[in-house]
Design a binder for this molecule. Structure first.
Ligand code: ADP
Ligand code: MG
Length: 323
């Protein structure tokens, strides 16, 4: 069904790869996994009104639907290769509006796909409430994937990039206080950068790794649970972008950084002795890395302020939006 829409998607996302024996157009794609590699597979769905606001630019939705999936591969230390796209489009739209949306969406998807040489090899197109579900496939040498298990007491906790921009952008949109100078913050929300190169560089270096989509404490909590350890975080060590600090001041920026859902940075643990080498390597990749705390025995994630006081969960600032 909807063959012309599928043609538009295929043309706009074209990305030749030798390992795609048969791509879009048949009943299934035929793909050649490189000999000896394991396949890392992930899927993420975005639904209008749940994961994004109505009226969102089609290009940004195309970009972000792939970005959140590439972020999952990055967190596994996998090299992205192929994607599938299940697209549900509103039936009430005119054919022209639908084609315009598909063009913008495919262009946004393709812009990021090209950066990572990802081939869109198939999908499904249906009518219904606007939603998009992307499945990604990547390669990882056997036994080399980064998982949530493996953090050990004594490890340092690090994050890539900076935290808090995306949740600050959401705050600006909700309160209708965004202005032109907030473009860098809004870009972090609408076009997140998956840390694919960082994930690959962390193979064999990180003990545990995960991407941040729900918030630092929640996502680091998954590492702690899977590894059977606890984490202590220094709130004032959290890396914050110059744009975030300039817009909200250092203290509010810290609260946004703690809250920090949707940034799609990586949080990972590694031996203290390797921190300097990792920080160097990730600086060379452009995203950088910052040590924010350490792994200890126990369970859960605790956050400490500059004076060494433990912050109560209720006072950590998840809802501390400045008025
Ligand atoms: P079928 O009925 O066999 O599932 P479809 O008409 O759904 O066939 O799809 C035809 C071809 O187009 C298939 O190769 C499918 O993978 C591809 N395709 C359909 N929708 C999309 C999409 N949104 N993005 C990429 N490829 C798609
Ligand atoms: Mg189908």
């Amino acid at each position: 069904m909807e063959f012309r829409l599928i043609d538009r998607i295929r043309e706009r996302t074209a990305q030749p790869r030798d390992d795609v024996r048969l791509g879009i157009g048949d009943d299934a794609a035929l793909l050649a996994v490189p000999a000896g590699m394991e396949l890392a597979v992930a899927v993420d769905t975005m639904v209008e009104g749940v994961h994004f606001l109505p009226g969102q630019a089609a290009f940004d939705l195309g970009w972000k639907s792939l970005a959140v999936n590439l972020s999952d591969l990055a967190a596994m230390g996998a090299e992205p290769a192929w994607a599938l796209l299940a697209l549900t489009l509103p039936t009430a739209q005119s054919a022209q509006a639908r084609a315009d949306f598909v063009d913008g969406f495919a262009d946004g998807f393709a812009a990021l796909a090209r950066e990572h040489r990802v081939a869109l090899v198939g999908g499904d197109t249906t009518g219904g409430p606007l939603a998009m579900s992307v499945t990604v496939h990547g390669f990882v040498p056997p036994g080399r994937a980064l998982t949530r298990a493996g953090a050990r007491p004594g490890d340092a906790v690090l994050v890539t990039g900076t935290l808090g921009d995306a949740v600050a952008a959401l705050h600006l949109l909700r309160t209708e206080t965004a202005s032109g100078s907030d473009a860098p913050l809004l870009a972090r929300m609408h076009r997140p950068t998956p840390r694919v190169a960082a994930g690959l560089a962390l193979r064999g270096r990180a003990h545990a790794c995960q991407d941040i989509s729900d918030g630092l404490v929640a996502d680091l909590g998954h590492i702690c649970a899977a590894s059977g350890v606890a984490a202590e975080i220094d709130a004032d060590a959290l890396p914050r972008s110059p744009a975030l600090v300039a817009r909200f001041g250092a203290a509010a920026a810290r609260d946004f950084a703690l809250d920090c859902g949707d940034d799609y940075e990586l949080v990972f643990t590694a031996p203290e002795a390797d921190v300097a080498g990792i920080v160097d390597a990730l600086a060379r990749l452009g995203c950088g890395a910052t040590r924010i705390g350490r792994i200890v025995a126990g369970e859960g994630v605790r956050v400490r302020d500059a004076d060494g006081h433990w912050l109560e969960p209720a006072h950590r600032g998840w809802d501390h939006f400045p008025t």
